[in-house]
Design a protein around this ligand. Structure first.
Ligand SMILES: Nc1ncnc2c1ncn2[C@@H]1O[C@H](COP(=O)(O)OP(=O)(O)OP(=O)(O)O)[C@@H](O)[C@H]1O
Ligand SMILES: [Mg+2]
Length: 363
């Protein structure tokens, strides 16, 4: 920690940052630290405060309260052009009348870097974004994905400590988007630059980020590695927002000293390994469809729950079942089409899952 308490290992730190616009609290007491070299995603639905948070990091927006630190230095009063961050907006704002080389060289020329150094750096950064050989192309002679890469090259050439990207792939079609996701991730690894990446697309955040902050109504609902957020969501909002899940309202029936508990939902009783809840309390449980095993009723496991298939959807590699268990609890189950037994509507089946599969949510 430095004298003012900021963690030196964090490139950016927001401490209890709030930003209001009149009645609207766009960012609501957000605290987070972004580590050197990581790919950090800000994920959440439209209007949850992602862009405002990013603009606060860049210095285009001042917090109403709270503090912003860059490499341990408080920067609340430092304007964007004097910060070591570079923001790439969704609207790229490339210079249409200039070619690739001039677009990328622009920042270095403004800073009056020597021509030889500029040429060197532009060449190496164009190699990084895989645009070597495109130097003399104008913007209208490039595809959407290539233009995105020019924008990224133009930011990277300034060697920012942090690259801030606001839905940079938003305008691209799905195929190009997936390709650019892989390229961006590879670029980030090669350059070692810290990326803060705003998206409302959970698949994109999970695929690219080292850590994800899920935002809801200006607050951080959960922050962690993608695998952790997916397998241990904290709230109903996060469980729903990240992937498909069954949300089951339950009552806590018993609680063990080891933290395990027995839960009940409409005639469906099951144990969980880890429940921070008291007997009698009502809560919600998230149970991922692919965590549920489905077997024929005659092959039921001792811990199986008897049910009836109410719907079957073939999804290619996956098959999705709806099964009614207990007294009308409907669970979605997802299986690998190839490797598992198939069932039809009205089949009697048995569902089971590992005791650590259901996650007891906070709300
Ligand atoms: N300059 C402004 N004046 C008034 N309200 C604003 C301003 N900027 C943002 N807001 C409001 O603050 C909230 C958060 O906006 P923000 O742009 O940060 O959301 P976002 O998560 O980036 O959404 P999207 O995914 O749609 O881009 C919204 O309710 C928005 O209307
Ligand atoms: Mg936005």
């Amino acid at each position: 920690m430095s004298a003012d308490g900021a963690r030196a290992s964090d490139v950016i730190e927001l401490r209890d940052v709030t930003r209001s616009f009149g009645e609207v609290v766009a960012v609501d007491h957000v605290s987070l630290g972004i580590r050197q070299g990581e790919f950090f995603a800000l994920l959440g639905p439209s209007g949850c405060g992602k862009t405002t948070t990013l603009r606060i990091m860049a210095g285009f927006e001042r917090p109403s309260s709270g503090d912003v630190y860059l490499r341990g230095r408080r920067v609340n009063d430092v304007p964007p052009y004097r910060r070591e961050t570079n923001l790439i907006f969704q609207q790229l704002a490339l210079f249409p009348h200039m070619d690739v080389y001039d677009n990328v060289a622009f920042g270095l020329r403004v800073k009056r870097r020597p021509a030889a150094e500029t040429a060197d750096r532009v060449r190496s950064v164009l190699q990084l974004v895989d645009l070597a050989g495109y130097e003399r192309r104008r913007m209208h002679e490039l595809s959407g994905g290539q233009q995105q890469r020019v924008a990224i090259a133009r930011a990277l050439v300034n060697e920012p400590a942090v690259l801030l990207l606001d839905e940079p792939l938003g305008a691209l079609d799905l195929k190009l988007r997936l390709q650019m996701q892989r390229e961006l991730k590879a670029m980030q690894r090669r350059s070692g630059t810290t990326f803060v990446y705003v998206t409302h697309d959970q698949g994109e955040a999970l695929a690219m980020a080292d850590r994800v902050a899920v935002m809801q109504l200006g607050k951080i609902a959960q922050l962690g590695a993608p695998e952790h957020i997916y397998s241990r969501p904290a709230t109903r909002f996060v469980a729903h927002f990240i992937g498909d899940t069954n949300i089951i309202p339950v009552t806590v029936r018993e609680r063990g000293v080891d933290g395990s508990a027995v839960l009940e939902a409409n005639g469906l009783r099951f144990a969980v390994t880890d429940a921070d809840a008291r007997p009698g309390e009502t809560r919600h449980v998230s149970l991922r469809p692919e965590k549920i095993r489905i077997a024929a009723a005659h092959a039921a496991r001792p811990d199986g729950h008897a049910g009836t298939v109410t719907d079957v959807t073939f999804l290619g590699p996956l098959t999705r079942y709806e099964v009614s268990v207990g007294e009308g609890v409907r669970l979605v189950v997802q299986t690998q089409t190839e490797s598992e037994e198939h069932f039809r509507r009205d089949d009697r089946v048995s569902l089971s899952w590992a005791p650590n599969a259901p996650v007891v949510l906070k709300d």
